[in-house]
Design a protein around this ligand. Sequence first.
Ligand code: GLY
Length: 371
Amino acid sequence: MGSAPAVLVIGGGVIGATAAWELASAGARVRLFDARRPGDGATRASAGVLAPYLEGHAASPLRELGRESLDLYDAFVARLSADSDRAIVYRRDGSLEVALTMAEAERLSAASAVLWRDGVEARWVPGAVIPDIEPNAAPDAPGALLIPMHGHVGVTSLTAAAVAGLRQHGGEVVEASGAIEVSRVPGGGVRVRSDAATWEADLAVLAAGSWSSRITVEAADPVPVRPIRGQLLQLAAAPGTVSHIVWGTAGYLVPWPDGSVLVGATVEDVGFDESATDEARLELLEMAAALVPALKHATLADVRVGLRPRGPDDLPIVGRSAAVPGLVYATAHYRSGVLLAPLTAQLVRRLVFDPSAATIPALDPARCGTL
Ligand code: GLY
């Protein structure tokens, strides 16, 4: 391999697109291809929540990786925005986890103490003070947990910027061409076959999300990811109805710069079915109105559906393949793809450019079989 490796990136979701841009900006010759169009898979249904301590009150490898990636976000967005000359929706104005019952309040106030002990700024907000922070939150809520470092990113704008940045660095994007097979090239290199063409390069990155399991990798087990459907609503509401990420036990709300509110999300094990359902719409509307009653008056603007790639232990699979030298996996990000995108892109760059670099042990593909 010369100093500018040729890399095929399979999958143009938030993980594939940001990794492709990162590689191209570091000097690789990158071709990104996607079975549809970049950003049209799970990425389009993401609310972009950046909140490692909402889903992780207790310490875990996922929470620590999420925090590490969150700490990269400011610089990542600034660099990508400048490089692509694109605006990226990005806010770090905190999350409010609202307790709707006394039992939830007790759990959250205990969690705030544990988070403080772990060095995380997590403020317990008594019910009477909630209106000062989130005026339309449920009036009877007994308390809430405010975590100021959390935020959200517009995932469509982030992914579009990554694709634009990739092109600025001479990268190529091939749409409507899904990979079918990855194999080794005798003598060195990787071959990727799609239904339309075959490409060869020094390296490949498999970042096809839920569809990773459908790509045959020579002499390897299928990637053990299964699709978990998430349905998300976009509500048109009066400006200022919601001003922070508002989180509850049954779902979450994300305020959007145009005044609309994203309401997420279902977690459904229904295979490769990307349809929206009435049942989910009703469930999400009810959950939204319980957290912020004024949302009863909002109108439904859009429903988005995505398939999250879930691995066997809910941790991503990122690292070199033992079966096909030159193949790097970057998949199985499940509910944390957007949060973990900067960390994953950085890790993929190291694995591509530095033959002595090792992956993060918790993400090693070897834990998932012969990969
Ligand atoms: N990370 C948010 C979700 O999966 O719904």
